[in-house]
Write a protein that binds this ligand. Structure first.
Ligand code: IPE
Ligand code: IPE
Ligand code: MG
Length: 239
């Protein structure tokens, strides 16, 4: 039998990460869930750096979902304050690594101070030409599709043949960002949890049991290696 060549050793242009397991990591150590989020932020920094070194073009991080508001107010407030602190303090890190910060998600529902920090980080880093980090904050895949459809309609597009796949794609939050090639999920759940529903139609998934705070650059490399060995068919048949 011919040896399968996989994905030609290709590097994904765009990687999405469902950073899950902060709470379980904390519980396994007898700590509060909030400690898990603090540790998870350190991991995010580590993986942003690793991904940028590897030459990844776009990295979407699932930070907070439209469903995560169901959690206790204390936990939600803690996560939001971590995000805010991070955006405020990390400009040097972005500059050193040439990282451009972007956002995807519903701005409605985000506090004005968080929105202001996001806008500030976006504008401070807009000319950095290295990896783009897209923060999915108050993000839900269904919500994103609905907002894209509304933008299309508000732009004068009517219901008819003009409302096609391309019209939805063009009206997403960041239409210039290519679809994710690889989606990594930590903490072992086999579900999308409403992440990038539209864009992930043909993404490859890599799921690891490791909790997000334990995820290392070498685990990221293992995901890249698994991706390189995948055969992407996009519905076609290969011989
Ligand atoms: C992921 O970790 C972070 C967010 C969803 C904000 P979790 O907080 O979901 O951790 P688990 O899944 O409870 O372990
Ligand atoms: C997905 O994790 C959301 C983020 C990582 C931000 P969840 O912990 O919210 O997902 P479920 O509840 O296990 O599906
Ligand atoms: Mg979780």
């Amino acid at each position: 039998m011919m040896k399968k060549e996989g994905n030609g050793g290709a590097l994904p242009r765009h990687v999405g990460i469902i950073m899950d397991g902060n709470g379980r990591w904390a519980r396994s150590k007898g700590l509060a869930r909030t400690n898990g989020h603090t540790e998870g932020l350190k991991t995010a920094r580590r993986i942003v750096e690793a991904a940028s070194r590897r030459g990844i073009g776009y990295l979407t991080l699932f930070v907070f979902s439209t469903e995560n508001w169901k959690r206790a107010a204390q936990e939600v407030d803690f996560i939001m304050s971590l995000v805010k602190q991070h955006l405020t303090r990390e400009f040097d890190f972005y500059r050193e690594n040439h990282i451009r910060i972007r956002h995807t998600g519903d701005k409605d529902g985000l506090a004005p101070d968080i929105l202001a920090e996001i806008e500030q980080a976006k504008s401070d880093t807009r000319n950095f030409e290295g990896m783009q980090v897209i923060l999915a904050l108050n993000y839900g895949g269904r919500n994103a599709i609905v907002r894209a459809a509304r933008r299309f309609l508000a732009g004068g597009g009517g219901v008819g043949p003009g409302l096609d796949e391309d019209a939805i794609t063009r009206n997403m939050d960041n239409p210039d960002v290519p679809d994710p090639d690889l989606i990594i999920r930590t903490a072992g759940e086999f579900r999308t949890s409403n992440f990038l529903l539209w864009e992930a139609a043909y993404s490859e998934y890599f799921i690891t049991d490791k909790f997000w705070p334990d995820f290392l650059a070498e685990d990221f490399d293992a995901a890249l290696a698994a991706y390189a060995a995948r055969e992407r068919r996009f519905g076609a048949i290969t011989t």
